[in-house]
Design a protein around this ligand. Structure first.
Ligand SMILES: [Zn+2]
Length: 385
């Protein structure tokens, strides 16, 4: 026969076990994803490759989290110079049941761009459908690594990273974690400006495969532009990397406090760190061929849009006096309709094509429903002649 005391002891033991178990389960898992690796250099500057900057900053972020946030488990998609596919990165994050996915990248623009040497600033991306040709070209560049895989079209379900049409698949998916992703992006973006002194290019949306396939709040950080020699030097300096890592850490710490509060978890907010000091005497690297000068935070000038923004062709098929509901019968079942406002009217378009030829194919289909449809050219979301 079991006595009352034994039963009570059993209950206590069970409660302790459950608490310990649940406590372990409640640990917050952050997945750090340094973009590119090994033969995939990512964007390349004069003295460095994106893959090395991404890795070092990610490791530094991990180190700060390890020191300051004992209740956080850190998972890296890579912690050395190896190649991991985009799908492989998402798989690692999903298997780890991450609570937040942070992909770390370095930006660039096309060599032919007028602002190749001057473009600068940090931005944090979430997956999203707000279209902008500039954001599309960043996503295209970051997704292009798929093509290094022999069997990429099978792995990525026929997705072609260089075709604007392919990006439609993203729009058919629901993003369950949008609000939290934007919250994390906002926190980190603010820190990249205040702690790391980056020019603020804002939180943006674009369709990156790693954000699409990770089933958790997910963001992609573009630290700054490697094509701008001054920014490249900053990202290759020890103090620059420490500032960037501190900024990401601080933003993450703030986000986690918010996430814990939302989940009803009583946690002690992690320490917010001060910006690391500049070291004006620092030599940047042995490979350095440029004159080393201390890097000041960039001037707060308006960002120039990238000149490599492609011209996008669309099929315009309907004009309305006011915005229509998405399922309006007036759109005759064109499900990917977009609109822009022009001269008081709301103009509806379908498709985003890099060539007029592709747009013509779509035009032929659309004309079956809207005989007066025609092709327009757009640049950076604006119609051009
Ligand atoms: Zn990248």
């Amino acid at each position: 026969m079991i006595s009352h005391i034994t039963i009570r002891r059993l209950i206590i033991a069970l409660c302790v076990t459950l608490t310990t178990f649940c406590g372990a389960e409640a640990k917050f898992t952050v997945v750090l994803d340094p973009g590119h690796g090994k033969e995939d250099h990512g964007a390349v500057g004069k003295i460095s490759s994106e893959k090395d900057i991404n890795l070092d900053v990610a490791l530094k972020v991990g180190e700060l989290i390890r020191k300051n946030m004992p209740d956080v488990k850190i998972v890296y998609t890579r912690d050395n110079d190896t190649f991991v596919t985009l799908q492989g990165r998402a798989d690692i994050a999903n298997k780890a049941k991450g609570d937040l996915f942070i992909s770390i990248h370095t930006n660039s623009v096309d060599k032919k761009s007028k602002n190749y040497l001057t473009v600068h600033g940090a931005s944090v991306y979430t997956l999203g459908f707000k279209r902008s040709s500039e954001n599309l070209s960043v996503a295209m560049r970051e997704n292009a690594v798929m093509k290094l895989e022999r069997d990429y079209s099978t792995t990525y379900e026929g997705f072609d990273p260089s075709s604007t049409e392919s990006y439609i698949i993203f729009e058919m998916s629901q993003n369950l974690h949008m609000d939290q992703s934007i919250e994390a992006a906002n926190e980190i973006q603010k820190e990249l400006v205040s702690t790391a002194g980056r020019y603020d290019r804002g939180v943006r949306q674009a369709n990156f495969w790693v954000l699409f396939k990770t089933s958790m709040p997910a963001i992609l950080v573009e630290l700054d532009f490697i094509c701008n020699p001054e920014m490249e030097r900053f990202m290759n300096s020890k103090s620059g990397r420490e500032k960037l890592a501190t900024a990401i850490y601080n933003g993450f710490a703030r986000y986690k406090s918010l996430a814990d509060k939302r989940a009803g978890i009583a946690s002690v907010p992690a320490k917010i760190l001060a910006a690391p000091k500049d070291n004006v005497n620092e030599k940047v690297s042995e490979k350095q061929t440029l004159e080393v000068v201390p890097v000041d935070p960039p001037a707060k000038e308006p960002a120039t849009e990238c000149d490599d923004t492609p011209i996008i062709y669309k099929v315009q098929f309907y004009t309305s006096g006011s915005k229509l509901p998405a399922n309006s019968p007036k759109l005759k079942g064109i499900s990917d309709a977009e609109f822009y406002r022009d001269g008081g009217g709301v103009k509806y378009t379908t498709g985003n094509f890099l060539t007029e030829q592709d747009a013509k194919k779509r035009l032929a289909e659309v004309r079956k429903k809207f005989p007066d449809a025609f092709i327009i050219k757009t640049l950076g979301g604006k119609r051009i002649k």
